[in-house]
Ligand binder design. Sequence first.
Ligand code: DGJ
Length: 694
Amino acid sequence: MIKVLNNIFVLEGKNIQYAFGPYKGLLRHIYFGNKADEKDFEHFEIRDISSNDSSCDIAWEEYTPWGGLRYKEPAVKVSFGDGTRDLVLEYDGFAIEEDVLRIRLKDKFYPIAIFLNYKIYEEYDIIARWVEIKNLGEEDIFIEKAYSCEVNIDGTGYNITNVLGHWAGEGRRFKQRLDGGKLILESRKGNTGHNNNPYFIIDIDASEDKGEVYFGALEYTGNFKILVEVTPYYYTRLLMGLNDFDFEYRLKASETLILPKAYIGYTDKGYSDMSHRLHRFVRDIILPVDLRNSLRPVLFNSWEATLFNVKCDEQIELARKAKDIGCELFVVDDGWFGERNSDSAGLGDWKVNRDKFPNGLEELIHEVNRLGMDFGLWIEPEMVNPDSELYRQHPDWVYRFNNRELTTSRNQLVLNLSLNEVKEYIFNVLDELLTNYNIKYIKWDMNRPFSEAGALNLDIKEQKMIWLLHSKAVFDLIERLRGKHKGIEIEACASGGGRMDFGVLNYFDEFWTSDNTDALDRLFIQESVSYIYPANTMRCWVTDCPNFINGRTIPLEFRFHVAMMGSLGIGGNINKWTKEEIELAKEKIKQYKEIRHIVQKGDLFRIKSIPKDEIHAIQYVYQGESVVFVFKLYEKFGRKQYKVKLKGLNADKIYEVKYGDKIVRKGGAYLKNVGLELILDGDFSSQLIRLKEI
Ligand code: DGJ
């Protein structure tokens, strides 16, 4: 609900309120937190400290322009045609249109309008914020910095949580205290990357079940920036949006730049509640409509099994095994096209390799369909190997600077998606594949960051727009494809989890969480991802041991249990699995199909977490049903017995509980307060507990 009282705007959700309004020449933030009586809101007067301490810096501004006596990080910085780089924003009224509060700001002199848009999703207690910048004049305006949102929080000494990841280490979470200075989380790589992730979690000593948490995520994939500034004036402020590094947007006459949406939320009930709100929101609001409500199929992916050595006969053999164990979708990964026998050639030549598929891709697809499975295909549309027909024909289609050599990474270059010919080429390739073959699933990969990011087709004044143009082009392509080919499931991948973000989830259905498929590492990667992203967006495979990353061998059941905590896939060479392994796979996939609605749609509770706890336990609860996965990594001092107290259950209901070879009936209050006694025997032991309200 949006309320306006005495020029104070109040956005109200089920539990939260967000208040701000114009006051004495500034658009001032007032409050973000649990509900109060909106009639009580008022602006506080700013007490000057000295002539060195600007009142603009002391004030909590809703969207800080760079100009005048301001030294804090601005939310927006522009330069006008005459060289003026000072923005003086005045409040110019508001409108409420279809649940969106639109605040209009304008410059005192120059023809620029900025619209701050707010929409509160009451059910989820999440606020969407986005900004539009409009050039009302005739001359270009250059936008040097434009964040999607600014958040002001009273006090200092908060903790911020994010990741400090890398390839195969996406989930390396860190938590750091914010006592002073500035902290930046960002990507400069052209994609979101593995290093930091475009979300924030800010809390004071919150735990899973209690404590205040401010959180948010950016609906963008690409160069993002989150800047947290602990001000000397006893408040903490956060900016989130496009990275201003190497960024400048030329806003031409009458043009409007719409910035990516930022979503922010608040809870005083700890991290679990934060995750529940975000997960529900992603599932119900962010994900593409087509498959939003359907359960993700169990897939087989050929990558780890055959790498580039894709051969029709072997794939058919894999498909038959995949069907036998219960897979519903068969995905051929890299290596099916052009001269793609390693990562050094063929990218860009999206024609079926006839040596590998003498009778075309149809032979495999027919067999996959005959078996009753859907077919999926890997592609990396934004890239090209210099050793490819495409590059030989169009060396000018890649990002490049004059007088600079091109730097390859994984032997490939990035295509310049600000070029219409390139976008058309990619669209046509995908359109043809989807038209000519019965493809139901696309895995869209991206295996290197940008370098020499120049676009020779763009004006010299537009060079620094490519970061934004590229990301927009990817989204436009997906949107166009979805418009023509309904119901296609699309997985985003960037060397594993380099594209996990709300932007991607607004266009793709899911992401590949990590190339690291070692079940032990995955426990931590998936747990870390689960803070923000729901289980149905996380693809998780069971692969072979020893694992290719670290040579570790882990029992198959444990590997299954880990992968069953997301959207399950099989990525091992099942042609080589023993009879016992195949039997176990059948049993586990069958079990997954029985519980996947709980995992993919339920609320997730991180009950126990290694290394804080000796065991790891994750619980999912959905409409009177629940499933709990419990893991022990190694046995210490012969201890086998553990107690697990469950969460999210109805204290007044009785549950049937199945675990190990036991079936018992227990009350919700008992399960919560007393807990279940479990036996976990030996290293890498795991258990799956199922509960149903009776
Ligand atoms: C990187 C992905 O993360 C892998 O799953 C696989 O698709 C390879 N690329 C293929 O080159």
